[in-house]
Design a protein around this ligand. Structure first.
Ligand code: SF4
Ligand code: SF4
Length: 383
């Protein structure tokens, strides 16, 4: 009896942190058969859930931090065990106990930067709008139709700035009334929440919501599926409801309404990768493909794991900050498949996926063989 009490306490804490559904697991193991980690190493969500059920999670081990929250196992689970909520509950438990190890060092640094500067890359807030240099991008005012929210990577990362710039160029060409919040924009907080830092997520979300309201924002256009997911599905927890649009949905609309004309051919064979947070988490599969199909000369081929079956790039759930061994990167598998299909470009619609694929493309020496592009970068070339 003496040893049971602490376990009961832990079971209660996991429940309080949102992991109550672990109790429904009947250990069928379906989650492990679909998990991308088992393509590159061994990892068992089933085992994590089992340990949590008995109040015995080993929260200091890497296993608790592996899940990329790709959404594949929840769609297979016959008992609605809500594995993502469970693993986030374990991470919240770990955060509450101050668990610290070398693996989590970059997460701590990202957290400190988020709290101080509103971005996870230890960059100055003052430089958040530098990607607009030389472009005609205005600060958002209440009379504008749309707030464009590029998010952290497209604001600061050299490679991803090109995506924000392509987006702004397309919007301008289509005559869209839009502006940005620049230095007033904060990280959406999606990834840090998945690492278990609920307090920091709430701080970022509250600051963003306050800024949106103060500036009269109603409709928000985003580049990142992670911003999309959290604005659309998580910010309503704060009793607010903004209209959230992903760039692929919006571009599809602009083309259909005739506001964006495709004037040039794009004679390349490409494949499209469904980002987890656009596809599985939010059901947007058709709009990006429809945009690509409207481009004359472009040949679209599908990878074996597409749409609901898409293979995660490996960057979700806070893994963007955690180093993954070269041999264990899912993005390597994606790059290898794209190369085997003989495509010239791997196209996607997520800054995290582009980051992972660019790293793998260079690491695997496919610099000359394959290009990685965001859908906006292609569209910019054909309008
Ligand atoms: S698929 Fe669901 S019920 Fe089966 S082991 Fe995984 S969590 Fe448990
Ligand atoms: S959500 Fe994805 S990465 Fe996480 S355990 Fe399930 S299948 Fe694996």
């Amino acid at each position: 009896m003496q040893t049971e009490a602490p376990f009961k306490e832990i079971i209660e804490e996991i429940k309080e942190f949102g992991g109550e559904a672990v109790k429904f697991c009947y250990q069928c193991g379906k989650c492990d058969t679909v998990c991308p980690w088992n393509k590159v190493t061994t990892f068992s969500m089933r085992k994590l859930i089992r340990e949590a059920t008995f109040g015995l999670p080993e929260v200091e081990l890497e296993e608790v931090w592996r899940c990329t929250t790709c959404g594949k196992c929840p769609q297979q689970c016959p008992r609605d065990v809500r594995q993502i909520d469970d693993v986030v509950a374990l991470r919240r438990l770990a955060t509450s106990y101050g668990v610290s190890n070398a693996l989590l060092k970059p997460v701590r640094s990202a957290s400190a930067s988020l709290a101080a500067e509103g971005n996870p890359f230890v960059q100055e807030r003052a430089k958040r709008a530098d990607w607009t240099e030389g472009l005609n991008v205005q600060t958002f005012t209440e009379d504008m139709d749309i707030l464009y929210f590029p998010g952290c990577l497209p604001s600061y990362d050299l490679r991803l700035k090109k995506v924000a710039q392509a987006t702004a160029a397309i919007l301008e060409k289509a005559g869209v009334s839009f502006g940005i919040l620049g230095v007033k924009e904060n990280c959406c907080g999606e990834s840090i929440r998945k690492t278990g830092n609920e307090e920091l997520f709430k701080q970022l979300a509250r600051e963003n919501i306050k800024t949106f309201i103060e500036n009269g924002v109603k409709k928000i256009l985003v580049t990142s599926p992670h911003c999309y997911h959290t604005f659309k599905n998580e910010y309503p927890e704060f009793k607010v409801n903004f209209e959230i649009v992903h760039i692929t949905e919006y571009l599809f609309e602009l083309i259909n309404e005739g506001r964006l004309q495709i004037n040039k051919e794009y004679g390349k064979k490409i494949t499209y990768h469904d980002p987890c947070y656009l596809g599985r988490h939010n059901g947007i599969y058709d709009e990006p493909r429809e945009i690509l199909r409207r481009i004359p000369g472009l040949e679209l081929v599908e990878m074996s794991e597409a749409r609901e079956e898409s293979l995660c790039c490996g960057m979700g759930g806070g893994r963007i900050w955690i180093d993954t061994k070269m041999a264990e990167r899912f993005s390597n598998l994606r790059i290898e498949e794209a190369v085997s299909l003989g495509v010239e470009e791997l196209v996607t619609a997520c800054p995290y996926c582009i980051t992972a694929f660019e790293d793998s493309r260079l690491g695997l020496n496919y610099e000359e063989t394959l290009q990685v592009k965001d859908i906006t970068e292609i569209l910019q070339e054909v309008i």
